[in-house]
Ligand binder design. Structure first.
Ligand code: SF4
Length: 442
């Protein structure tokens, strides 16, 4: 069994509730931080741990925290990004729903380290039932002296507020999230200035993902150096992976970042293999934004080494032969799945979610969707495949926020690795339409 740091107590009945959480060592890390460590010492532990942001970008958390500006007399804010909307990603939902105090304890330690007295959890609108769980946990933590004024007699004050989003994927982008939190339309801001200098209400702000902030708790419990012994290379610690698609055991798994992709897919401890003896065709290992990889490149790198569930190994070879760990949304496709249809589904999503501020994204995502729809529906031409390639290239790197890249990469990777399948759709329009169970209407 792989070692667990976040889910080590997830099996305990009632761990969702304060009394059970506390009886099993909960708030021990917060007690240690607030009562016996300075904010600088906590920051040092987080830096030593090598923790990287678990929302997708993988930026070192300690470094991000050290960027926060500290102008005299200006409040600082911590924002917990719980707008988990990337297709295939549902790991933060599990943490918030079943172990909410782990997140609250992480927010407390992080706020103390950053010098924030107000913290916001911005949660996606579709997680309609979770804010009540969080608010109940916040009320219990406050009743027991872990929030509010003079926490545990240490003189530190903190309030945590839960803000519901309205169901826009773009509000997961940190500056769009801040705009939305301020009551405006969730349009991403042009950077710089970065939120660490000018964020919520123009004050210094750190925005971190749910899993990232919850992970601060085990880091404080075992120490940064010990945490860094988990995993391998620059992928230290454990990572939550939400696995779905054609696997026997879909779910949320905590893995130590030292296992191979093959072990993750086929072992009974994790995905349990592919149903009905089907062959593995492809996988999108880090949520819908990251490039799809065919089975041969997924299980082994271009150098012939086993592909590992780490930031470095999954991206080995760049986008020519690699992909990204991203948000850990692991989508498995068996031999029966249609890559064109899969690409169209994602293209439709990104077109729908584009905020429309920049023309390459606003126009390009809709254009890619229409071309893919034609190919999928047996009305495509060979030149459409080159046209798709051209459109995605003109989007990538030419937009205000990463949604443009996120829309372009899946299309590029699908054509790069499965061009023959696009051509087959063009050459066999009737068969392609039948195989896809009728015409697609998006
Ligand atoms: Fe909006 Fe797309 Fe531009 Fe991002 S890339 S700011 S989502 S139009």
């Amino acid at each position: 069994m792989g070692r667990k740091l976040l889910f080590d107590k997830a099996h305990i009945e009632g761990i969702r509730y304060y009394d059970v959480y506390r009886a099993n060592g909960g708030y021990g890390s917060a007690e240690k931080a607030l009562k016996s460590m300075s904010p600088e010492q906590v920051l040092d532990e987080v830096k030593k741990s090598g923790l990287r942001g678990r929302g997708g970008a993988g930026f070192p958390t300690g470094m991000k925290w050290s960027f926060i500006a500290k102008p005299e007399g200006v409040p600082r804010y911590l924002v917990c990004n719980a707008d988990e909307s990337e297709p295939g990603t549902f790991k933060d939902r599990y943490l918030m729903e079943f172990i909410p105090h782990l997140l609250i304890e992480g927010l407390l330690i992080s706020s103390y380290t950053l010098g924030c007295n107000s913290c916001y959890i911005y949660i996606r609108g579709e997680y309609a039932w979770i804010p009540d769980i969080l608010e109940e946990a916040i009320a219990d933590a406050k009743k027991n002296g872990w929030l509010g004024k003079n926490i545990q007699g240490t003189g530190f004050d903190l309030e945590i507020y839960v803000q519901r989003g309205a169901g826009a994927y773009i509000c997961g982008e940190e500056t769009a999230l801040i705009e939305s939190l301020e009551g405006k339309r969730g349009n991403p801001r042009i950077k710089p200035p970065f939120p660490a200098v000018k964020g919520l209400w123009d004050c210094p702000t750190v925005v971190n993902n749910v899993e990232t902030l919850a992970t601060v708790v085990p880091i404080l419990r075992i120490g940064g150096e010990e945490y860094a012994k988990y995993g391998t290379g620059k992928s230290t610690g454990t990572k939550l992976i939400s696995a779905c698609g054609n696997i026997n055991k879909p779910g949320v798994y905590e893995i130590e970042m030292n296992i191979s992709v093959e072990e993750f897919i086929y072992s009974d401890e994790y995905c349990g293999g592919i149903p009905n003896g089907k062959r593995l065709k492809a996988c999108i290992p880090g949520g819908s934004s990251v490039p799809i990889l065919p089975a041969n490149l997924l299980l082994k790198t271009a150098k012939g080494e086993p592909r590992m569930m780490t930031y470095e190994s999954l991206s080995d070879g760049g986008f020519a032969t690699g992909t990204m760990l991203g948000s850990g949304g692991f989508i498995v496709l068996d031999e029966d799945q249609c890559i064109v249809k899969n690409t169209l589904t994602f293209a439709r999503f990104y077109h729908h979610e584009s905020c429309g501020q920049c023309s390459p994204c606003r126009e390009g995502t809709g254009w890619m969707k229409r071309v893919l729809l034609n190919i999928e529906n047996g009305k495509g031409k060979m030149s459409d495949i080159d046209l798709l390639w051209d459109i995605q290239r003109k989007i990538e790197g030419n937009t205000i926020c990463p949604l443009g890249d996120a829309a372009a990469w899946p299309v590029a990777a699908a054509i790069r690795h499965f061009r023959d399948e696009f051509e087959w759709h063009v050459l066999h329009p009737e068969e392609a339409t039948k195989r896809n169970y009728g015409l697609a209407h998006y």
